[in-house]
Write a protein that binds this ligand. Structure first.
Ligand code: HAM
Length: 422
């Protein structure tokens, strides 16, 4: 029979990396609540409309990357390509949210049918945070300080924070016209996608990765130089807050995001050693989204970190492994029956122990215990059953001692339990 490979862009998380992965998630579960964020989990499958309405119809994600299909009842549904829209939907459907701001964080898989490459997958994972209900630049900085602290905690100090402002419904239309005027002479030189974007959503031209479009976009006017007074003040507040917290940053006027819901602040945390997909985290303010999804006008801001990109940076195995303490070697069925409750009890006390197969010769059981790295082996065969004492073998020194069945559990717990240690 042929093996069935995983889908392209869909990866397994194997035990060798899973410990570090869970350690990273654990650090998030520790740090995010200490910044006042509550954990939220939303469904992976949503009505497609949630994303088409939130992310914008002229975005790569909605146009060509969503995993969309008809549910059995004919409803159009999509695997979530990101978490923000779902968090807003959940916020709007939760009763009794009366105190603002609401601060949520989440983690889990997202799905985009992109061209897979290093750091870009079709199923990837994000850790995200959102602040709903506060419109000041202070909240943008609060999120960036959380992100900065989280990366520091993971031992990733070398990122660059790039920020921009995308303005609001007041200052974006005149800026859009300026951009159109600038791009017009280059129209025929833009890639096919950008020629379409020019008419539908010209800001997206600034985000194009085609070399020639990048060159043209490089000299384009930046929104940050054409902000209305409130947006300008907001941007200054963000810059001021970053200075106060000594978070280094640089302004990138061409920074537009792949999602249309952003207003005012947009940012990316990039790390050069990640290569082409250098944004380990990204986000921004989305003051219009909650209203767009049927709520009252409510400002909001958030970010999401790409877990797979983060994992490329966390190279050291930070996670403490469970120390293989005791291997139980039963020689024959009656020994195995006698030792099974003991195995269970030691495990419930947090002692990492395994039991070998009772039909396997002792020589092979010892080899196996050694390969896994067990420091001690408890041997019980017919002779030990008869005399009421097991053999405890130290694999390092190869010394053996007898341990009476009477009080065996207590003896082992004393030896290997949290208090006793070895
Ligand atoms: P995004 O920029 O689309 O924003 O994704 C955020 C991060 O997720 C990226 O910086 C990257 O690290 C990771 N990422 C995105 N796509 C992939 C992929 N195909 N493979 C691997 N990693 C990927 C959002 O998703 C927004 N929801 C962020 C946000 C939250 N804005 C406001 N609140």
């Amino acid at each position: 029979m042929q093996k069935i490979p995983a889908l392209k862009g869909f990866h397994d998380l194997l035990p060798s990396r899973a410990r570090t992965w869970r350690w990273v998630e654990g650090v998030a579960h520790e740090i995010f609540p200490s910044f006042g964020f509550s954990y939220i989990s939303t469904p992976i499958l949503e009505r497609s409309e949630l994303f088409t309405r939130s992310l914008g119809t002229i975005t790569d994600i909605v146009e060509k990357e969503m995993y969309t299909f008809e549910d059995w009842d004919g409803k159009k549904v999509s695997l979530r390509p990101e978490g923000t829209a779902s968090v807003v939907r959940a916020y709007l459907s939760a009763d009794g949210v009366t105190t603002h701001p609401v601060k949520y964080y989440y983690m889990g898989p997202m799905f985009r049918h992109e061209r897979p490459q290093a750091g870009r997958l079709r199923q990837f994972h994000q850790i995200g945070a959102e602040i709903l209900g506060e419109g000041g630049g202070r909240q943008d900085v609060e999120l960036l300080s959380l992100l900065s602290h989280f990366l520091q905690k993971l031992g990733i100090p070398d990122g660059i924070l790039e920020i921009n402002s995308l303005g609001c419904s007041l200052c974006r239309p005149p800026y859009r016209n300026r951009l159109l005027t600038y791009l017009q002479p280059f129209l025929s030189q833009l890639c096919e996608d950008c020629q379409r974007r020019y008419h539908a959503n010209p800001l997206r031209v600034l985000d194009c990765k085609q070399e020639h479009c990048v060159e043209i976009a490089f000299k384009a006017p930046g929104q940050v130089d054409h902000l209305c007074l409130p947006c300008g003040d907001h941007f200054k507040e963000v810059e001021g807050g970053l200075h106060l917290l000594s978070i280094p940053y640089r302004i990138r006027p061409s920074l537009v995001r792949g999602l249309d819901y952003y207003t005012k602040t947009a940012f990316e945390w990039t790390i050069n050693r990640l290569g082409a997909q250098s944004a380990v985290a990204a986000g921004g303010r989305y003051d219009g989204l909650i209203e767009e999804l049927g709520g009252a006008s409510t400002p909001a801001v958030g970010f999401a970190i790409g877990m797979e990109r983060l994992m490329q940076l966390v190279t050291e195995d930070h996670a403490p492994s469970r120390f293989p303490l005791l291997y139980i070697a039963p020689l024959g069925k009656s020994a195995a029956d006698y030792l099974t409750p003991l195995l269970f009890l030691l495990r419930t006390k947090g002692i990492y122990c395994e039991m070998g197969d009772d039909r396997t010769p002792l020589k092979h059981l010892l080899k196996r215990a050694d390969r896994i790295g067990f420091l001690n082996v408890l041997i019980v065969g017919e002779a030990e059953m008869n005399r009421g004492a097991a053999i405890l073998r130290n694999m390092k020194t190869q010394c053996q001692e007898n341990v009476l069945f009477l009080g065996l559990e207590e003896t082992l717990l004393k030896c290997f339990g949290a208090e006793g240690g070895i």
